[in-house]
Design a binder for this molecule. Structure first.
Ligand code: NOJ
Length: 568
């Protein structure tokens, strides 16, 4: 691995840059309960994030996105929010939030928080009120309550299946049923109710007033629903086109909500940003990403692609076209808190694909032998390919979203005993799907782990067990090691900040189907060899490479960046 020596400290606080920062930002996702634990209770917290502000600064990211840190019963890792305008006491206080925001802002790092509008927690005061109120009441009208079907309404209103498995309906003591598209503890809100709409405007203002820079919108495509009776069956829902009129997902009328949110965002200086998590047909992504709406939308296409030149090229071409249509910039993601880490995905035999082209493997279920990591996982290959894919991604125009721990080359943790698992996916699938805990294990900061010290995560253990092999992936063990994944990320992010200018990309033919090469207008050039045969390159102004070049030859499964810093 060859790394040029580049300064990691920006000379100027980028917060003072008037250009829309989000268009080409490197955004680092923090899963707060698993990042750093300041008080030894085994759960990461906001003061823990503050204590790592220098680490984040030296990493060279432009923004952090915090997964939910709100009060929550943790039925879905915090995506079951009990109070949208407070901090979970186990994670800190609003004062801690302010301190964290200040520590990050003074280091030039912006802060994006997660908004979960499709559902609340069943512990939310609104839902508790709904349970205590009678059918037909205003309290129930904030959610989606229906009578059951069958004799005495003893069966759910429909056969709809929730995202985590099982019925989408749960019965309450007086016999009514409520809709939950995700876990039972996540009742869906009724977005036809103006009170719900107003309350979220208040939440957006609450965090914007506090100084947060943007919002990540959870399942942004599911808020509005057409629940006109008779309700369709699951099979009918599945068969309906997703053309904006589907009763449950990606309805055109959801954009009325985001237009209203946009007015709130734009009433701040600088305007607050938002990025939609919207699993919708490609052609409809620009609706979410438009400047009149949320402004940017995730695409998870790289994350779903194999380590394959053809797939990567198609993903980039498609998404740059879509970004142009919306006037937004594209987003790129290789890992997040919902999927098997990319170092591990790429170290496994490539998965089969279903008829829609999606990988059949979900959450790594087919690669884990009970009690241990699959023997077919090739760790070095996974890490090599992950580094190559990351450098490929970081060269692209648009925003790159990084997930905590990927800078360490961290693998998925497969060997979590059933008794320690937390993800509802695991329980609702009766363990046939291992779920997402394996990418949410607390980070290893220090080498050498005394009992309870949890590799420097905190002094009180770790809420998900860390495996012994984490000692090979610690921050302390990698810092200043030029051959480490961490130093590769630091160098890449530092260079990227200097080079990420115009949002254009030009493909350069390589004569080899497994090699991709693209150039940015300032001469920055990225070459990725997805194959295993070395590839001869014709430039020698190497800025960075995931594997060292040998006499002008790029080894297999590697990416090199060329460019002239002096010209930028
Ligand atoms: C998407 C989030 O990324 C995921 O973690 C969560 O379980 C669902 N939305 C439900 O909120």
């Amino acid at each position: 691995m060859s790394i040029v020596d580049v300064a990691t400290s920006p000379t100027q606080n980028p917060l003072s840059d008037p250009a829309p920062w989000w268009r080409q930002a490197a955004v680092y996702q923090i899963y707060p309960r698993s990042f750093a634990d300041s008080n030894g209770d085994g759960l990461g917290d906001l003061p823990g994030i503050t204590s790592k502000a220098d680490y984040l600064h030296e990493l060279g990211i432009d923004a952090v996105w915090l997964s939910p840190f709100y009060p929550s019963a943790l039925a879905d890792g915090g995506y079951d929010v009990a109070d949208y305008r407070d901090v979970d006491p186990r994670l800190g206080t609003l004062t801690d939030f302010n301190a964290m925001l200040h520590a990050l802002h003074t280091r030039g790092i912006r802060v994006v928080v997660d908004i979960v509008p499709n559902h609340t927690s069943d512990q939310h005061t609104w839902f508790q009120e709904a349970l205590a109120s009678e059918r037909g009441s205003a309290a129930r009208a904030r959610y989606i309550f229906r009578e059951g079907s069958g004799p005495d309404g003893a069966l759910p209103p429909t056969d709809w299946v929730a995202a985590f498995g099982g019925s989408s309906w749960e019965q309450v003591p007086d016999g009514q049923w409520y809709l939950h598209s995700f876990a039972i503890e996540q009742p869906d809100l009724n977005w036809a109710n103006p009170e719900v709409r107003d309350d979220f405007l208040t939440t957006l203002r609450f965090w914007s007033d506090r100084g947060v820079d943007g919002f990540r919108i959870d399942v942004a495509h599911m808020l509005t629903k057409d629940l006109t009776e008779p309700l369709p069956s699951q099979a009918q829902l599945d068969a309906l086109p997703r053309d904006g009129m589907h009763p449950m997902v990606d309805r055109d009328d959801v954009h009325e909500i985001y237009a209203e949110w946009r007015q709130v965002f734009n009433s701040y200086d600088p305007p607050r940003t938002a990025v939609a998590e919207a699993w919708v047909d490609k052609a409809r992504v620009p609706l979410y990403a438009s400047p009149q709406g949320l402004g940017q939308a995730f695409n998870f296409d790289l994350l779903e692609a194999d380590f394959d030149a053809g797939q990567f090229e198609t993903v980039v071409r498609d998404n740059l076209t879509l970004a142009e249509l919306s006037g937004s910039s594209s987003t790129w993601v290789l890992s997040n808190h919902d999927v098997v880490r990319h170092a591990t995905r790429y170290g496994l035999p490539q998965p089969g694909r279903d008829e829609t082209g999606r990988p059949v493997r979900k959450h790594g279920v087919d690669w884990v032998i009970s009690g241990g990591v699959s023997p077919v996982l090739d760790r070095p290959a996974g890490e090599r390919r992950a580094s190559a894919a990351t450098l490929f991604m970081l060269g692209l125009p648009g925003s790159s979203y990084l997930y905590q721990g990927e800078e360490l080359g961290l693998h998925e943790v497969a060997e979590i005993p059933a008794a320690d698992r937390q993800d509802p996916t695991f329980f609702r699938s009766a363990g046939t799907d291992l779920g997402r805990d394996g990418c949410r294990v607390p980070l290893p900061w220090e080498t050498g782990s005394d009992a309870g010290s949890a590799f420097g995560f905190g002094t009180g253990g770790s809420h998900l067990p860390q495996p012994g092999w984490f000692s090979d992936y610690t921050v302390a063990g990698q810092a200043l090691d030029p051959a480490s994944s961490l130093e590769l990320y630091r160098s890449a992010l530092s260079l990227r900040r200097m080079l990420q200018t115009d949002e254009q990309l030009e493909w350069i033919p390589t004569g080899r189907s497994e090699v991709l090469r693209y150039r940015r207008p300032n001469g920055w050039e990225i070459v990725t060899n997805f194959g295993t045969e070395p590839y001869q390159v014709d430039r020698d102004d190497v800025l960075l490479a995931s594997r060292a070049l040998d006499a002008g030859t790029l080894p297999g499964e590697a990416t090199v960046w060329f460019g002239d810093l002096a010209a930028n």
